[in-house]
Design a binder for this molecule. Structure first.
Ligand code: MTE
Ligand code: MO
Length: 515
């Protein structure tokens, strides 16, 4: 006989326990996301915990992830965190097959972790705590409620496992959680920066960069294109959710050791004479031969002009920049102030307003310094201060205070372990030494003599330079290596050094398998 009212079970079945754990998790995340949609998107407990993991992972792991996963580092982190949460939810269900206590404790601890992660963020106000607290309450309530239905405490009334009631409640919770998450998502991204960016309209330079010479790159021979399209430009930042800042809400404050505090709006900046400058950005985490380097035509104003209006006082050692997401960056003040260096506050990139993921509405670009000590995206404050007064994000994680870009070179074609036809083999690549400029690139096969490669036209000392060469490659396995010499007369050292603490060194080489 089939009945919906079975005898009271003494313990939950495996699938029911599993469902209870998962539904409690869904409710917590859904409700958390819903509330976060109104009090601050990054207060969503899932995102806050993921951000916390990024900020508190050992530096070596974060940098390793940037290098090996590149732009995939964030999706991989999110998936990893989701897997961990699902496993913990399953565990909460399994631990509670007889009584709900152990599962409730686990759900509470998880919820508390969400609260702590939001509390730990400097860029979120008190009200944002509502999101993880609501998540905690929802998770606990759903867990307890479903457990009560599935395993009634009160067996005296002979009520058994009300399967239909349990399923109805489960479907309700699942649907409610999904709807809550969607509403939160819509509400949280309603202040999306994309439409503000689209409304910026054309940004017209007062002074355009000179046209590019035809031989600015050897893309046809296998070098990268001289200008990296925005969609291909490398992206590195700690922001799990790309900060959404509307141009009309943005401002930049210059303060600290200055004669007068000044604040600029987006309208202030764009109405100034805009200059175009080509600058190659380089990440300190780039391994020898790595991809974390790209080149763009930036549009913006001379940072020195803005700093002059504030009147930076003598004695200021660093320009401490803060992004809207709380990330910070320390630049030597003398480099920021040096007009000949050409530091910019950029609002345009390759003929468009800055893409949101590259810092819209405005970012700093400074030729010759690795990005972590110069290139603050979504910048909102520049404070002039001393080195010992403030420690920037990566400095406090063991990276160097001073980080000029090192002279380096890379073989782009053929790629590593390429099969080639013995005889004349063409190699092409790139070399950089911002802001000194590249003087010479040499390539050699195995331990053979160094041979000078043909260089592309020099567009600017602040940009990379492409090279190509043809080598005689006999049958067999060989190694081709490259080294650059900059215009200061320095030739790249062969000594291999890791990216930490101030940039990798060593010659890049590729193995050629010639048949
Ligand atoms: N707000 C913010 N700005 C940032 C970072 C960051 O994590 N947050 N990373 C810096 C680093 S390490 C680099 S290499 C450059 C990369 O700029 P891109 O993503 O536009 O290529 O941005 C810099 N600016
Ligand atoms: Mo970087």
């Amino acid at each position: 006989m089939s009945t919906l009212q079975d005898a009271p079970p003494r313990q939950l079945s495996l699938p029911v326990a599993t469902l209870i754990g998962l539904l409690a998790l869904a409710a917590a995340l859904g409700v958390g996301h819903l509330v976060a949609g109104f009090v601050g998107y990054t207060a969503s407990p899932f995102i806050a915990v993921a951000n916390y993991v990024i900020d508190h992972s050992p530096t070596a792991i974060v940098k390793w992830a940037e290098r090996t996963l590149g732009t995939w580092d964030k999706p991989v982190l999110k998936i990893g965190l989701a897997v961990v949460l699902v496993l913990l939810a399953l565990l909460a269900g399994q631990l509670s097959r007889r009584t709900p206590r152990a599962g409730q404790v686990l759900v509470f601890v998880l919820g508390a972790a969400g609260v702590a992660a939001v509390y730990a963020r400097s860029d979120l106000g008190q009200v944002s705590l509502l999101a993880p607290v609501a998540a905690l309450v929802a998770g606990l309530a759903v867990f307890t409620f479903l457990h009560r239905i599935a395993l009634p405490v009160d067996v005296v009334d002979e009520r058994g496992f009300d399967r239909r009631g349990f399923l109805r409640a489960g479907v309700g919770v699942a649907a409610g959680s999904g709807i809550a998450a969607v509403v939160g998502q819509v509400a949280g991204t309603r202040t999306n920066a994309e439409d503000s960016r689209a409304a910026v309209g054309p940004l017209v330079p007062a002074r355009t960069a000179p046209p590019l010479p035809a031989d600015a790159d050897f893309a046809k021979l296998g070098s990268p294109p001289f200008i990296t399209p925005n969609a291909d430009f490398y992206r590195i930042d700690t922001a799990l959710v790309v900060p959404q800042v509307r141009a009309e809400d943005w401002s930049l404050k210059i303060h600290g050791m200055v004669d007068r505090e000044v604040t600029f709006s987006y309208a202030d900046i764009r109405s100034r004479p805009l200059v175009e400058r080509r600058v190659t950005l380089t990440c300190v985490s780039n391994e020898v031969g790595g991809p974390l380097i790209s080149n763009a035509t930036w549009l913006g104003v001379d940072l020195a002009d803005l700093l002059d209006e504030a009147g930076v006082r003598p004695g200021a050692e660093q320009m401490f920049a803060t992004s809207v997401d709380g990330w910070t960056c320390g630049t030597p003040a003398d480099v920021a102030l040096d007009r000949t260096r050409g530091a910019m506050l950029a609002i345009g990139m390759n003929g468009e307003p800055l893409p949101v993921e590259h810092g819209f509405p405005a970012r700093i670009v400074i030729p010759g310094l690795y990005g972590y000590v110069s290139a603050t995206k979504w910048v909102e404050s520049l404070e002039f201060t001393r080195w010992d007064a403030r420690q920037a994000y990566w400095l406090s994680r063991g990276w160097a205070e001073q980080a000029p870009i090192k002279t380096e070179s890379r073989i782009d074609t053929p790629s590593g372990f390429a099969g080639v036809t013995a005889g004349k083999v063409r190699l092409a690549g790139t070399a950089w030494a911002q802001p000194t400029g590249i003087a010479k690139v040499e390539v050699r096969l195995d331990q053979g003599p160094w041979q000078q490669a043909t260089l592309s036209a020099e567009v600017s000392k602040d940009t990379w330079r492409m090279w190509w060469i043809e080598l005689d490659v006999p049958k067999g396995t060989h190694q081709a290596s490259v080294r650059a010499t900059d215009q200061g007369g320095y030739t790249q050292t062969e000594n291999r050094a890791d990216p930490a603490p101030d940039g990798a060194t060593g010659w890049h080489s590729v193995t050629l398998d010639a048949r």
